[in-house]
Design a protein around this ligand. Sequence first.
Ligand SMILES: C[S@@+](CC[C@H](N)C(=O)[O-])C[C@H]1O[C@@H](n2cnc3c(N)ncnc32)[C@H](O)[C@@H]1O
Length: 246
Amino acid sequence: MDALYQDRKLVDVYDAINSSREDFDFYISELPVPPATVLDIGCGTGTLALDIANRGYEVTAVDPAYQMIARAMQKDTSQTVTWVTGFVSDLANNLTFDVAIMTGHAFQCLLENAQISALFEAVEKRLRRGGSFWFETRNPASRPWLRWTPEYTAPPFDLGGGRTVEVVHQILRVNDDCVTFEERYNFSDDNKALISRSTLRFLELREIEALAVKSGLIHSQTFGNWSREPLMDDSPEIIIRLMKAA
Ligand SMILES: C[S@@+](CC[C@H](N)C(=O)[O-])C[C@H]1O[C@@H](n2cnc3c(N)ncnc32)[C@H](O)[C@@H]1O
């Protein structure tokens, strides 16, 4: 697993680096009126799961990265969310949800079709009839990795107490639909940079659709950005709603 999800020092700065999230408002606005049950898949440090739980939903959040779940649990001082280290398939078969979400491009961590099919099948089993599975993946047609280079480095992120961290990206390999890159974390108070390497898969909508249909889910809606505009070649996102038949 990538260092950024398992190294304590990198997990601790995840929220500061990922603080402006227009996707959260989108996902919240697509939820049914509470009370309803929500499954957050690849929940990371749990910011969205906690926000949803505070709005009156019953939330279960799963992530295979132990350190991400540990950080999420630390933030959940009122114990509002059920946290699980693992995959959807680790949840009991009789647990069912009105909605499942997978945010922050966590879907792109699934590198093999078999992993995606296993996810879709596990979600299909645990959705109520008529339930929705919302997730997004970066649009391969817009080739966002061309900007994952040192020249596009963002200004350092504020960590409080005068500390900052700069994150410098470097592409290592583009292989078919998989992009492997390195992130170098330069902390203002530490001369030794921490390095994380990741591979993400960039699937096209028709490929995702084909895998979903095989798993018994119905493709219901697609958007190209968080303002709900249609998917175009230059859209940054492919935002997808799959449904279980009513
Ligand atoms: C970029 S983070 C997104 C976290 C959170 N959903 C958010 O929106 O901030 C990607 C997350 O996906 C998780 N992940 C990696 N492989 C996964 C898999 N096969 N299934 C589910 N989650 C996975 C990682 O552990 C990590 O927490």
